[in-house]
Write a protein that binds this ligand. Structure first.
Ligand SMILES: [Zn+2]
Length: 431
């Protein structure tokens, strides 16, 4: 697979830093950003990178001439600024397989082969790298259905009603080879706003969700933070070809107040300290997942779309406090038939309903998680039994359902007051 790097950006938000140095050559931890990107592409087995240059292109060409790394680099200079979309037209006919397209201001550490496999399976024209972030309320949000098909992008400038998921475009794409030839040459176009929009309408764009490290160097603060994270090894550790560890969280009674079978967004209220605890997980080496039994739709109390909306509200409430979960799995099934309003399609004996380990083993495969180095936190014996089935350690919190007597005879590794205390015990090395 080849890569294309849009390296013509002006980097105006970086002020003085990019007056004489193009953004892609900003030094980070002693190396130009472009050099870090080429290293990462090489780690992913990419043999050739095309650079689309413009602003301060002479400096980029000088860098390319002096570059002696493992990737073959070819730069294409635009004579007038054509934008991230318009500049791609110059590559019409250059590819016979999908290619990676990324912005030149990204520091990244990811397993591109996983994303490419997702792209090939979905049959998308464009696959967007997507992730949750700590400020969804002022970010453009990707609206995607199950399976990742993108139905729209909600701009931060647009008014928002209802609840939206925390899913944001990271600025890296896998693109099918025929796309550049379909772009009108010589016309200034933005890749996202002009090229993607029509493909989204045609149902040809998918979002690939990841917890890997992809950050743009838009501001001096982010630059400084990224230098710290590169130095600590946190950037490289997130690549999914490396084993990950995770903290799996039950939802109701653990993150939000216990309120029976939650079937309407108004019932969802965060427990005190929950967002702060999740924020601490986000800053740690652990991934953060929610695994939750949600039989309300099976019982006929609501539809599956309502369960999605309730999870979006949770995403939004956490996002307001700068916290996020890397992914959410829920089981909508229930095995016991005989309720009057039930949905028979969901009344099955599935592999995902806790205390079965299905949701955890599914996430472990998707994110390369070592379950034996991971934790499950929940408010009932069901969560403790799930941890035993999955092979994680377990923490029982007393912030939720008062289970008398416990449904399962399963002893937790630790019993403690709430999520904040549980996360404190894990990160403090007490369990
Ligand atoms: Zn299930």
């Amino acid at each position: 697979m080849d890569a294309v790097i849009a390296a013509g950006g002006k980097g105006t938000r970086l002020g003085e830093l990019t007056r004489e140095i193009p953004k892609c050559l900003l030094p980070i931890a002693g190396k130009p950003l472009l050099g870090l990107q080429l290293d990462e592409l090489a780690r992913n087995g990419i043999g050739k990178a095309w650079l689309l240059t413009g602003h301060l292109g002479d400096s980029v060409d000088e860098y390319v001439e002096a570059y002696e790394g493992p990737v073959e680099v070819e730069s294409i200079r635009e004579t007038e600024p054509l934008g991230t979309g318009g500049s791609l037209a110059a590559l019409a006919g250059a590819f016979d397989e999908a290619f990676a397209f990324l912005y030149g201001d990204l520091v990244l550490s990811l397993d591109l082969a996983r994303m490419r496999a997702f792209h090939d399976r979905s049959g998308a024209t464009v696959t967007m790298l997507a992730h949750p972030n700590s400020h969804p309320y002022d970010s453009d949000l990707i609206l995607a259905g199950p399976g990742g098909r993108v139905s729209g992008i909600l701009r931060k400038s647009e008014e928002r009603s209802g609840w939206q998921p925390n899913l944001v475009n990271a600025g890296l794409y896998i693109v099918s080879p025929e796309l550049p030839a379909a772009i009108r040459p010589g016309v200034k176009q933005d890749f996202e706003k002009d090229i993607l929009a029509s493909r989204i309408d045609a149902g040809r764009v998918f979002a690939y969700r990841t917890a890997e490290y992809v950050k743009d160097m838009g501001t001096p603060e982010r630059l400084a933070q990224t230098e710290r994270e590169l130095a600590s090894g946190a950037v490289a550790a997130r690549r999914l070809s490396n084993r990950q560890k995770a903290i799996f969280l039950d939802r109701d009674g653990t993150i939000n107040e216990f309120d029976g079978l939650i079937h309407d967004p108004y019932q969802l209220r965060l427990l005190p300290g929950a967002a702060e605890a999740i924020k601490r997980i986000n800053a740690s080496r652990y991934l953060c997942f929610i695994v939750s039994n949600q039989p309300a739709a099976a019982r006929g109390l609501c539809g599956l779309a309502d369960i999605e909306t309730i999870n979006h509200k949770l995403d939004a409430l956490l996002g307001r406090e700068g916290a996020f979960v890397d992914d959410i799995r829920y089981c909508p099934h229930h095995p016991d038939k005989g309720y009057p309003e039930e949905n028979p399609a969901l009344k099955i004996d599935c592999e995902c309903r806790k205390p079965k380990a299905g949701m955890l083993t599914d996430l472990a495969a998707r994110y390369n998680v070592d379950l034996s180095a991971s934790y499950m936190i929940g408010d009932t014996s069901v969560d403790v039994a799930t941890a035993l089935a999955a092979g994680t350690k377990s923490i029982l919190v007393s912030s939720g359902m008062k289970e008398e007597p416990p449904k399962y005879d399963a002893r937790p590794d630790l019993a403690i007051a709430d999520l904040g205390a549980a996360v404190g015990a894990i990160l403090g090395g007490y369990i």
